[in-house]
Design a protein around this ligand. Structure first.
Ligand code: GLU
Length: 489
C-alpha cells in the first residue's frame, strides 16, 4: 500500500462528477478549467466517476456526462472509457482499495466505529442548535473499548466509521482565493464510511487524489469547506496535499445565487436548444475567468494558450444569457452554409424537408442565418417553406392604411409581373419587383412588397419576398399569391 509522502512532478488534474443527474453547466465549466490547465502545462486531464452513492448514481448519467463532454470537445487521457495506469476510474470499482486505507485508519486509531442511532444524533443536534451552538458530533463513541466494539459488531449493530478531527487551524493557499484558514474545532468527527464496503465522499476523494497523483484540485467553491476535512484525512494517511483552486459559483444578473428553478442548468438543455459547443466553451470560460483585455471571442486552442488560473476571479460569476446568445450568434455566422444547414436540419423535424434539395435548403438557411440566436429558432422562422397551405389572418396582408381593394389590387399586380418572367433568381426578382413597386405607389415600395411578402410567408416578419420567391419557385409563389387573393373574395 503506497502511503508515504510524495511530490507529484507532473501536472495531473481531474474532473470528478457524481453521476446522479445530468451534467450541470457549472460542472462542465469545472471540467473545462481543469482541461485547459492540464493542456497548457502539458499535463494530464483525468475523468473520474464518483459513484459511491449507490442509490443515486446511475450508468445512464455517466454515459450522458461522457457524451456531453465529448460534444464540447473536452478530452481526457485517462478515464473509465479509455482506461489508464491509475484505474479503475469509477469509484464503485475501487472498493478493495478503499478498504485497505479504512483498515489502516482504524488500526492506527485515527478512525473509529460509531454506533449512535440517527434518532439520538438528531435529538442532540436539535439540542445544540437550541443552545445556540454549532451542531457537531459529541464524541459518544470516541473511546469505546475494543470489547464493546467487538460485541456490537458481532450483534450486527448498525454502525458507521468516523474520522477523528482534532482541534486545529488548517491553513492552505488556494490558487484562486489566496490564504485560507479553517478552525477544525467546529467540525466534529466526520463519517467517512457507512461500513467497510461503503466509503463516503471525503474518504474516496482523498484516497483517489493521492493514488492518481493529482497535483491540483480545481473544483467549485461549494467544495471549499470540504477541503480542511480532506486535508486532515490526507495528513492522517500520510499523503501529500494537492494544490487547491476553488472556482466561483454562478450568480443571476441581479447577483442573487443561481438555482435550478430559475432556468436551465443542465448542459444538455443548452445543447438541445441549439447552442453550439464553441459558444458554450467561450461562454463558460468567461464565467469566472477574466482575460484582462477587451477580447471576448476565444476558441479552445486560443484558450489553451491564454487561460490562466491566476486570472480566475474570487467573486461570483454572473450568468448572463444574453451574452450566450450573442456568442452563439457569432459562432453560427462563422459556420459555412453547408455545415450550418446540416446542424439546422434536425431542428426542422418533423417538417417535410425532403421536398427541397440540398442547395434549396442551404438557401433557406442562408436567408435566416443572420437572425438565428440558436439553432432551434430555425423552425419558427422557416416553417412556412415546408407547409402545403399557409394559415394566417388576412389582416396581416395589409400595409399601413391600405383597404381590402388595394391589397387585392397589389397582389394581382404581383401575379401579373411574376407570371411574365422566367428569370427566377433572387437578384432578377428584386430588380423586377422593386421597379414595379415604385411604379405601383410612388410613396413607398411597401404597398406592393408587403402584401407579396406576407402572401409568401404568412408572417409579419420574414426574409425578403425575392429570397422567398426564389426558394419557393415560380409555381408555389403564384399559388400562394393566389391563395392570398382568395381571402378577399
Ligand atoms: N464528486 C464531487 C461532485 O460531483 C466532486 C468532488 C471533487 O471535485 O473533489 O460534486
Amino acid at each position: 500500500m503506497p502511503g508515504k509522502k510524495k511530490t507529484p512532478e507532473k501536472i495531473r488534474v481531474r474532473f470528478a462528477p457524481s453521476p446522479t443527474g445530468p451534467l450541470h453547466i457549472g460542472g462542465a465549466r469545472t471540467a473545462l478549467f481543469n482541461y485547459l490547465f492540464a493542456k497548457q502545462h502539458s499535463g494530464s486531464f483525468i475523468l473520474r466517476i464518483e459513484d459511491t452513492d449507490k442509490e443515486r448514481s446511475n450508468q445512464a448519467w455517466t454515459d450522458e456526462i461522457i457524451e456531453q463532454l465529448n460534444w464540447l470537445g473536452i478530452e481526457w487521457s485517462e478515464g473509465p472509457d479509455v482506461g489508464g495506469k491509475f484505474g479503475p476510474y469509477k469509484q464503485s470499482q475501487r472498493s478493495d482499495i478503499y478498504k485497505e486505507y479504512l483498515e489502516k485508519l482504524l488500526a492506527e486509531k485515527k478512525a473509529y466505529y460509531c454506533f449512535c442511532v440517527p434518532e439520538d444524533l438528531e435529538a442532540k443536534r436539535q439540542d445544540q442548535i437550541s443552545r445556540g451552538l454549532a451542531p457537531k458530533y459529541d464524541g459518544t463513541c470516541k473511546n469505546l473499548s475494543e470489547k464493546i466494539i467487538e460485541s456490537n459488531i458481532k450483534e450486527h449493530k448498525t454502525s458507521v466509521i468516523r474520522f477523528f478531527i482534532h482541534d486545529k487551524k488548517v491553513k492552505f493557499h488556494d490558487a484562486i482565493r489566496g490564504e485560507i484558514e479553517f478552525d477544525t474545532g467546529l467540525l466534529g468527527d466526520i463519517v467517512i464510511a457507512k461500513n467497510m464496503d461503503t466509503p463516503l465522499f471525503h474518504f474516496t476523494v482523498v484516497v483517489d487524489d493521492f493514488l492518481m497523483e493529482i497535483s491540483h484540485v480545481i473544483r467549485g467553491e461549494d467544495h471549499l469547506s470540504n477541503t480542511p476535512r480532506q486535508m486532515l484525512l490526507q495528513e492522517a494517511l500520510g499523503f501529500s496535499h494537492p494544490t487547491y483552486a476553488h472556482i466561483p459559483l454562478f450568480l443571476n444578473t441581479d447577483k442573487s445565487k443561481m438555482s435550478k428553478r430559475q432556468g436551465d442548468v443542465a448542459l444538455k438543455d443548452y445543447h438541445d436548444k441549439g447552442y453550439l459547443p464553441e459558444a458554450l466553451i467561450n461562454f463558460m470560460v468567461l464565467l469566472g475567468w477574466n482575460p484582462g483585455t477587451q477580447k471576448e471571442i476565444f476558441n479552445l486552442n486560443e484558450l489553451v494558450k491564454e487561460f490562466s488560473l491566476e486570472k480566475v476571479q474570487k467573486s461570483g460569476a454572473v450568468f448572463n444569457l444574453q451574452k450566450l446568445d450573442y456568442l452563439n450568434g457569432y459562432y453560427i455566422r462563422e459556420k459555412s452554409i453547408s455545415s450550418l444547414t446540416k446542424l439546422c436540419l434536425p431542428y426542422l423535424q418533423p417538417l417535410n424537408t425532403n421536398q427541397y434539395n440540398v442547395k434549396q435548403l442551404e438557401k433557406i438557411i442562408e436567408a435566416y442565418k443572420a437572425r438565428l440566436k440558436k439553432l432551434s429558432d430555425i423552425k419558427e422562422l422557416t416553417d412556412f417553406f415546408f407547409v402545403e397551405k399557409l394559415s394566417y389572418d388576412k389582416k396581416v396582408l395589409t400595409w399601413k392604411e391600405m383597404g381590402d381593394r388595394e391589397v387585392k389590387e397589389s397582389l394581382e399586380t404581383s401575379v401579373k409581373i411574376l407570371s411574365n418572367t422566367e428569370k427566377w433568381d433572387k437578384k432578377s426578382l428584386e430588380e423586377l419587383l422593386v421597379g414595379a413597386a415604385e411604379a405601383f405607389n410612388t410613396k413607398n415600395r411597401g404597398y406592393l412588397l408587403w402584401p407579396l411578402r406576407v402572401a409568401l410567408s404568412g408572417k409579419e416578419a420574414s426574409a425578403s419576398p425575392f429570397e422567398i420567391a426564389e426558394i419557393l419557385g415560380k409555381e408555389k409563389t403564384l399559388q400562394r399569391i393566389g391563395d392570398a387573393i382568395d381571402k378577399f373574395i
